[in-house]
Design a protein around this ligand. Structure first.
Ligand code: NAP
Ligand code: GDD
Length: 363
């Protein structure tokens, strides 16, 4: 029997990796997309046209569209990844964020019930380490109290609890992965890691002068997205529906990420000064390449995330050391060096860094 899965948010970073994983396992994969005046399906372009990959228009704020797609495909597994996922944006669009990230989860659960799939469909909900917010314990595990610290986190807390409620009230197999930050070469360009790797590549190739960042002292537990989507699948293959923390158990500051990314493009940074006056200086040229801009400060910021993934290691066989922090930064920097070079020579990204180095395009 071919298993049928629905991924909401298939065009996102995680959705695209998860679609690849499930197709590789022989699933019939359906994904939801939104209408846009421009085509933003870059991350899944390579999957379109495959016989077991299907796309449907649906929006998390539109119950009817969700009911229609769930009723039509009657999935055995739903991965609810769709969300307004940017924390800073949630301060500017709090109502939209609540509608999509909180009520949207309820819409999925109710659609499953209304389609008569209460006991046949398993649901994964994308919860987040942002739930710990103004952290009350370090490291954070499944028993750590939540203290959400942004409109995004408050909305995600509703999503987290409504999933637990439906599990208990209706015996549904629904569970939440409390995932700590995970990044990749497909990460959105306004999240701090990608913003840094892209800027490092551009600065190295003379396409950008400076990078402006917010809080450099914020700690994150950063892992590789491709490793994390595997846990989503494992959670739905479990005997019982349970929630898990997925993290590496190691933390680094934004400053450290920045220093390493620039190191990989051949620029050694020295940070001088403090707070808004802190600067990242290129040791060789003496030029200031990183500056702090209060524009990227948040009204409330989560500054100390460190996950304890022991339960996932024990029960799901999760290996938090599969891709190290150094390897993650290297993968992202290398991909962005190729992207920036390809833009420069007017090519589609279809080659690798070694080829550009050999041709003398990147020096
Ligand atoms: P992402 O790259 O921002 O992708 C978000 C996806 O949600 C996109 O496909 C987006 O579609 C879709 N979406 C947004 N609003 C929607 C709406 N109203 N209706 C339908 N679809 C909508 O996020 P990600 O990094 O892959 O994260 C996936 C999920 O995990 C999110 O729920 C996020 O909050 C959560 N999470 C992420 C991390 C992390 O570090 N990456 C950690 C913990 C939890 P468009 O392409 O059309 O915008
Ligand atoms: N985006 C951004 N841009 N963040 C910056 C910047 C900047 O210029 N400068 C410093 N930061 C700091 C932020 O203040 C925050 O403390 C940290 O870098 C990480 O910010 P993001 O990369 O935007 O990620 P996030 O941690 O807020 O949210 C991501 O991870 C969550 C899991 O903890 C998103 O993927 C969420 O969807 C996810 O739930």
């Amino acid at each position: 029997m071919v298993r049928v899965a629905l991924i909401t948010g298939v065009t996102g970073q995680d959705g695209s990796f998860l679609a690849e994983l499930l197709l590789g396992k022989g699933y019939e994969v359906h994904g939801t997309i939104r209408r846009s005046s421009v085509d933003f399906r870059e991350r899944i372009a390579h999957l379109e046209g495959q016989p077991h990959f299907h796309l449907h228009y649906a929006d998390m704020s539109d119950s009817m569209s969700l009911l229609q797609v769930i009723g039509l495909i009657r999935p055995q597994e739903i991965y609810n990844l769709a969300a307004q996922s940017h924390v800073q944006v949630s301060f500017d669009a709090p109502e939209f964020t609540a509608n999509v990230d909180a009520t949207g989860v309820l819409r999925i659960l109710e659609a499953v019930r209304l389609c008569g799939l209460t006991h046949s469909c398993r649901i994964y909900q994308a919860s987040t380490s942002e739930l710990y917010g103004k952290v009350e314990q370090i490291p954070q595990n499944e028993d750590t109290p939540f203290h959400p610290y942004s409109p995004y986190a408050v909305a995600k807390l509703y999503g987290h609890w409504i999933v637990r409620e439906y599990r208990e009230a209706y015996g549904m197999f629904c569970c939440a992965g409390i995932l700590f930050n995970h990044e990749s070469e497909r990460r959105g360009e306004t999240f701090v890691t990608r913003k840094i790797t892209l800027a490092a590549a551009r600065i190295r190739q003379g396409k950008q002068k400076k990078l402006y960042l917010g809080n450099l002292s914020s700690y994150r537990d950063w892992g590789y997205a491709k490793d994390y989507v595997e846990c989503m699948w494992l959670m739905l293959q479990n005997i019982k529906p349970e929630d898990y923390v997925i993290a590496t158990g190691k933390q680094h500051t934004v400053r450290e990420f920045c220093r390493l990314a620039f190191h990989y493009v051949g620029i050694e940074l020295e940070f001088v000064g403090e707070g808004v006056d802190e600067k990242g200086v290129d040791r060789r040229s003496g030029e200031i390449v990183v500056e702090v801009s209060p524009d990227f400060y948040r009204p409330t910021d989560v500054v100390n995330l460190l996950g304890d993934p022991s339960k996932a290691c024990r029960e799901l066989g999760w290996n938090p050391e599969k891709t190290s922090f150094e390897e993650l930064v290297r993968i992202m920097v290398e991909a962005d060096m190729v992207k920036v070079t390809a833009e420069q020579v007017g090519e589609h990204v279809r080659t690798n860094l070694t080829e550009y180095l050999e041709k003398g395009i990147v020096k």
